[in-house]
Design a protein around this ligand. Structure first.
Ligand SMILES: C[S@@+](CC[C@H](N)C(=O)[O-])C[C@H]1O[C@@H](n2cnc3c(N)ncnc32)[C@H](O)[C@@H]1O
Length: 237
């Protein structure tokens, strides 16, 4: 169910005009003009991402202990961050949009201090290599392909020495062009290459059709930081 925040009234007749083909969305404008009505945020459905929940149920406990430091990138209204907090991790969730961050805090007042306004391409120095787990859902795909390297570079810098990165994004078979988005789905190869070129080795990658109607092709990929002198090339080295 969509959640609401009692701020300003929705602006009539402005159904996400900030989303145009071939251009990066103006995220702050989308959140601000929603006027506290989550049903006007196209990617928000009020629940944590099901593929994240499955991963946290099955794989997560073997990689990150309770209380571990977890970063949630591009957290939006905080559905995924709230789920990770609920499971006992120490969460730092952040988004570029100040309105989204205020909204996420209002939806989770007990944990308001977990939500921050920050740009993943210009991280606070104290976050660099700080996290045991980084959760990235639908941020990489939300920017044009030529901006992905910058976004992934920042995401990778969050990952600690023995840390892991979980990515969930839309998947495709052939690389998307600028006019195909937003969002811009990634091929498995594109995603793996983005990670490897930022010092991350791929542990698992899994393509699946999600629960939406009609189903959307998604990729769930798990990376880990490798020491500089370790080879990250495929196949095994
Ligand atoms: C498609 S939304 C996904 C939100 C949320 N992860 C979800 O799955 O519901 C992409 C989010 O990434 C945020 N974002 C985009 N670029 C960002 C950046 N450079 N740094 C931090 N957040 C960013 C946007 O403000 C937006 O909230």
């Amino acid at each position: 169910m969509a959640s609401t925040l009692p701020v300003t009234a929705p602006t009539a007749g402005t159904a996400t005009p900030q989303i145009r083909p071939g251009a990066a969305p103006d995220f702050e404008a989308i959140y601000a003009t929603a006027g506290g009505d989550a049903s006007r945020i196209p990617w928000s459905d009020g629940i944590p991402n099901p593929a994240l929940v499955t991963w946290l149920d099955t794989v997560g406990p073997s990689l990150v202990r309770c209380g571990a430091r977890v970063a949630v990138v591009g957290c939006g209204l905080g559905e995924d961050a709230r789920e990770v907090i609920r499971r006992g991790y120490e969460v730092t969730a952040f988004d570029l949009s100040p309105t989204a961050v205020d909204w996420a805090r209002a939806l989770d007042p007990e944990n308001a201090s977990c939500y921050h306004c920050a740009n993943v391409t210009a991280l606070p120095p104290r976050w660099v290599h700080r996290f045991d787990l980084v959760v990235e859902i639908h941020t990489i795909q939300s920017v044009p392909p030529e901006q992905r390297a910058g976004i992934m570079g920042g995401i990778a810098r969050l990952v600690g020495t023995n840390g892991h990165l979980l990515v969930i994004c839309r998947g495709c078979e052939t690389p998307a062009g600028l006019e195909d988005g937003p969002p811009w789905p990634l091929t498995e190869r594109e995603l793996i290459d983005l990670g490897q070129s930022n010092g991350l080795a791929i542990d698992t990658v899994h393509a699946f059709d999600d629960h939406e109607t009609p189903p959307q092709r998604r990729i769930r990929a798990q990376f880990r930081r490798v020491a500089r002198d370790q080879c990250v090339a495929e196949p095994k080295c």
